[in-house]
Design a protein. Structure first.
Length: 384
């Protein structure tokens, strides 16, 4: 490996997370792991191989190109759910040809699919808007949707779904999640008699219901972030719920590692990087790493980020560059002189110290999703 900055992907951790999440969902309920956005930056093809080996029968993507990538990789038997709401004539024909199952959010897309499926009937899932107000039919359309599929049998209604907007609030007063579940359940009688695949729970929803020991006999799941080892906290003060939440162990799948590629000794008062925003308050040792914002380590980490060096958190010094990031390691250098090639952890664990995607996200006011998906293809993925 010529590139010293790599993302190590622990496939054993992926398997562990998948099995753990499956234990939280009844065996007879719909279960569709999400591998969109290149499996949240982990590599859709490699991740899908593991999931299929674990007998997963559905995979979720958002872009039609993501579905095509999976089919081109030889995954011909697995069902692929496509969540992109824009279905034009070209996309509809690809959906039919590649045997993709679209999740449809509007009438126009249904009409386009109807024309494409004249000779080759396809299955369709319908998304309902229960409060996210992003995609989906209105709940008042439920009867018209049911009638549509009764009249147009070349499209088979296979599933109904919606999307939670705030799953971490499940146990709170006035929970928006509970309200969404109630709204979703209220229209299911319209489709009684049909053996539909019902799915509403995202990563947070799976863990919230399991932590509250709520009996779930209807709602299937689409785990995303949790599959990759990230467990968001719940909004609850209930100690028993918190204990059950803590007992659901997820393991981070991605670790991003780099090395010291250059060492700078600077005097008090000298600056580091563009704009001179970092000014040394003492004679300092600055190390340079071959990772920057072109690799997905965003400029928002400038003078804010932390990395692990020799098992200690050290701070980013100055503006993050396109190809490089600088760290102040003065105190550690005093104890033992820094050397070229020493390992640095951008995301992950070193000497029992951890920097999680949630930790990184908290430093720059974003979320763990963005942290993981930001790491670009310039960083090689190494599968172990």
């Amino acid at each position: 490996m010529l590139q010293p900055t790599v993302a190590k992907i622990r496939l054993d951790h992926l398997r562990h997370n998948l099995r753990t999440l499956r234990q939280q969902v009844n065996d007879d309920l719909f279960f569709c792991p999400m591998v969109k956005a290149d499996a949240y930056g982990h590599g859709a093809v490699q991740v899908s191989k593991v999931l299929i080996d674990e007998n997963v029968s559905y995979l979720g993507v958002t872009r039609i190109e993501e579905a095509q990538e999976l089919r081109s990789a030889g995954f011909s038997a697995v069902n692929i759910l496509l969540f992109d709401p824009l279905i034009d004539e070209s996309a509809a024909q690809t959906i039919v040809n590649e045997r993709i199952t679209p999740v449809v959010s509007n009438w126009d897309s249904l009409q386009v699919l109807l024309k494409a499926a004249v000779r080759h009937p396809i299955s369709v899932h319908i998304k309902l808007n229960t409060g996210m107000n992003r995609l989906g039919f209105q709940l008042g359309d439920a009867l018209a949707i049911s009638d549509f599929f009764k009249s147009n049998t070349q499209l088979k209604l296979e599933g109904l779904c919606s999307h939670l907007l705030s799953s971490e609030d499940y146990g709170t007063d006035g929970s928006r999640t509970k309200n969404q579940i109630e709204r979703f359940n209220s229209v299911l009688p319209v489709f009684s008699g049909l053996k539909l695949k019902i799915h509403l729970l995202n990563s947070g929803g799976i863990i919230a219901l399991a932590s509250h020991r709520e009996k779930n006999t209807i709602l299937g799941a689409r785990p995303g972030l949790s599959l990759y080892g990230i467990k968001a906290p719940l909004l609850t003060d209930d100690s028993e719920v918190q204990a059950r939440w803590a007992s659901i162990e997820l393991k981070p799948v991605m670790q991003v590692e780099s090395v010291v590629s250059h060492i700078q000794k600077i005097a008090k008062g000298q600056t580091v990087s563009y704009g001179g925003q970092f000014i040394a308050e003492r004679d300092s040792t600055i190390v340079v790493l071959p990772i920057g914002y072109a690799d997905g380590y965003t400029r928002h980490f400038s003078n804010k980020g932390k990395m692990l060096f020799r098992g200690h958190e050290v701070g980013v010094s100055g503006i993050v560059c396109m190809d490089f990031t600088m760290l102040d390691v003065t105190e550690l250098d005093k104890l033992n002189a820094c050397r070229l090639g020493e390992p640095v952890i951008v995301l992950g664990e070193q000497d029992q110290r951890k920097l999680t995607a949630l930790d990184l996200a908290g430093r720059i006011n974003t979320n763990a999703y963005e942290i993981l998906t930001n790491f670009s293809s310039r960083i090689p993925r190494v599968y172990t």
